[in-house]
Design a protein around this ligand. Sequence first.
Ligand SMILES: [Zn+2]
Length: 323
Amino acid sequence: MYVFGVDIGGTGVKSGIVDEQGKIVVKSSIKTDRSRDYKAIIKDIGAQLIALAEEAKIPMSELTGVGIGCPGAIDSARGIVDYSCNLCWKNANVASELRKYVDLPVKISNDANVAALGETKFGAGKAYSDTVFVTLGTGVGGGVIIENKLFEGYRSKGAELGHMVIVKGGEPCACGRRGCMEAYASATALIRDTKRAMEKDKTSAMWDFVGGSLDAVDGRTSFECAKKGDKAAMEVVENYVKYLGEGVCNFINIFRPQAVILGGGVCAQGEYLLKPLREFVKANTYGGDTVPETEITVATLGNDAGLIGAASLMLGGGVETLL
Ligand SMILES: [Zn+2]
């Protein structure tokens, strides 16, 4: 049995055929060209999928469905993208439009949700049935898997993990509130805090690391300089771990997953991030030693997470589409 996985992004659409073990058999990329109507883009995706099946010499009868991951607010049960800022889509009837070209069941979910499902079924969480996946990128996104099923909330509008307040009246967040986890634990927030620390301490080794230019600061700056013992950098990292830790503790207290899986560029820091994070979380989650410990680990599917995650919607765990 095989399924199609489709990872729709603002610049490109990555599609592939994936087997039951989550292995990609064949894949291809096409340009999104989002200046066009969504229907034209879906038509291209239909042609892309048919070409993939031909290339892999897999008859359509052996393909059981299409799973789609897409940025934005999505109504999974109806197969509709309500709104996607990245794609400039509004009320896009993606599932029924794609079925004009590929006569298979279609499931669609938010890109962070499908990454959560993919990591749980085939990646870092494959030993587990209950996980929380958190991506630390431009923002903080994620997904919740409960008993091997994606939890999306009513009309798929829940699980906005990054918009949980961890500091009342804190830093402004893109959502309009203040003090959200996203405003402290995203790569964007880490870069902001790194720059602030540098401006406060002109002798910090971070200045040398970025060649004297604040514009060259990225998510690695504070971590790399902290490793060399720079005090200002160590303080930035210490605070970052605490902010992330507060958020992770809250997720654990609410969901008590078997694992929290972290994704995003900051995770390249590996144990340097994970070790202090685990210590903070162990000391601060509810129940202490009397409750099962939650593993904290990093995502393993890498660049294919979106594609494998999308496909995994059709391999059990995705929200049923009411078409
Ligand atoms: Zn927010």
